[in-house]
Structures are given as structure tokens and as C-alpha cells.
Design a protein around this ligand. Structure first.
Ligand code: HEC
Length: 159
């Protein structure tokens, strides 16, 4: 076989291989791009989302549980925060004889007693004519300063 003949034959073979590669590539592409593959990919993403989701819900509900268990941690010494977390259950709507926030008539005589009495009643609790006020609204973890701040907030909103 002369050199030129060899190169011709070899060149032809290379061309054939290139053509075959292109064909295989196209076929593979067609198969790889069919809807079954897309579906399973979407399923995969959904499955991952479903697997991640419980963690998200769990951490959100854990955070919510923390809020319920330790309102003092979030409330610090801000009166409204303490009120919302520990006092609003009764004083928000006036449950069980509790003077309602913003109800001027219900608060007038109470405010007239002076802050010291209000603080003492709020911190230590007391049995009144209308009902029972639990010490610190039943949240013993509150600091006295938090309870006072909540009383100040209630008084300011109710006179
Ligand atoms: C379980 C319900 C309940 C919760 C919770 C509650 N209170 Fe009361 N509170 C009452 C009732 C009932 C009265 C009225 C008692 C009465 O005078 O007969 C009252 C009265 C008061 C008074 C008026 C005291 C007075 O001498 O007239 C203050 C101040 C007060 N609460 C503060 C608070 C604060 C601050 C919180 C939250 C830290 C709180 N309360 C949470 C039920 C509640």
C-alpha cells in the first residue's frame, strides 16, 4: 500500500468514525432529552423539597414553642411585649373580671390607687372583687421590672 493510498483509507476511516460519533451523540441527546428524564428530574426536585420541608416546619414550630415557653426572653423590659405575651390573655379581652386594656371606666379607680399598689398587685397577685389576678399574670419567669413595664403600658393605654 502506498503512502497516499494509506492516508486515503485512513482518512476515510476517520471520517467514518467522526460521522458515527455525531450520530451516537445525536441519538444519545434525543434519548436523554425525552420527557421521562424530565419527569424524573422534577420528581427528584420535589422529593428533595419534601425532605427539606419537615425540617423547616420543625424549626418554625420549635421557634413558636420557644416563644410560648419563654416569653420573657423576647419581651425584655418592653411593656407592650410583656403585655402581649403574658397579660393579654386576660386583659386583652377582659376575661374573668380582668380590667380590659383601654377600658377607661374599668381602670379609673384602679389607676387612682397609685402605681405602687398596681405594681404590688401585678407582681404579687391578689384576689379582688371582680376576680383573681395571678402573680405576674402566672408567668413567674418575668422580672419585676417587666411586670412594672407592662403595668405602665396598660395604664398609659387606659387613661
Ligand atoms: C389569668 C388572668 C390574668 C392574667 C394573665 C393577668 N391578669 Fe391582671 N388581673 C386579672 C384580674 C381578674 C384582675 C382584676 C382583679 C380584681 O380587681 O377583682 C386583674 C387586675 C390587674 C391589675 C389591677 C390591679 C388593681 O389593683 O386594680 C393590674 C395592674 C394587672 N392586673 C396587671 C397585670 C399584668 C401586668 C399582667 C401580665 C404580667 C396581668 N395582669 C395578667 C387577671 C389576669
Amino acid at each position: 500500500m502506498s503512502d497516499s493510498k494509506f492516508f486515503k483509507a485512513f482518512g476515510g476511516m476517520l471520517m467514518g468514525l467522526v460521522a458515527l460519533t455525531v450520530v451516537i451523540f445525536l441519538v444519545a441527546n434525543t434519548i436523554g432529552d425525552n420527557s421521562a428524564t424530565k419527569l424524573s428530574q422534577a420528581d427528584g426536585e420535589k422529593a428533595v423539597a419534601e425532605r427539606i420541608q419537615p425540617m423547616g416546619i420543625l424549626s418554625i414550630s420549635a421557634a413558636a414553642a420557644m416563644d410560648t415557653l419563654i416569653p420573657a426572653a423576647n419581651a425584655a423590659a418592653d411593656g407592650k411585649g410583656t403585655f402581649d405575651a403574658s397579660c393579654a390573655a386576660c386583659h386583652g379581652s377582659g376575661v374573668a373580671g380582668a380590667p380590659k386594656l383601654g377600658d377607661k371606666a374599668a381602670w379609673k379607680a384602679r389607676i387612682a390607687q397609685g402605681n405602687d399598689t398596681l405594681y404590688k398587685h401585678a407582681i404579687k397577685g391578689y384576689q379582688g372583687k371582680k376576680g383573681f389576678m395571678p402573680a405576674k399574670g402566672g408567668n413567674a419567669s418575668l422580672a419585676d421590672a417587666d411586670v412594672k413595664a407592662a403595668v405602665d403600658y396598660m395604664v398609659a393605654q387606659s387613661k
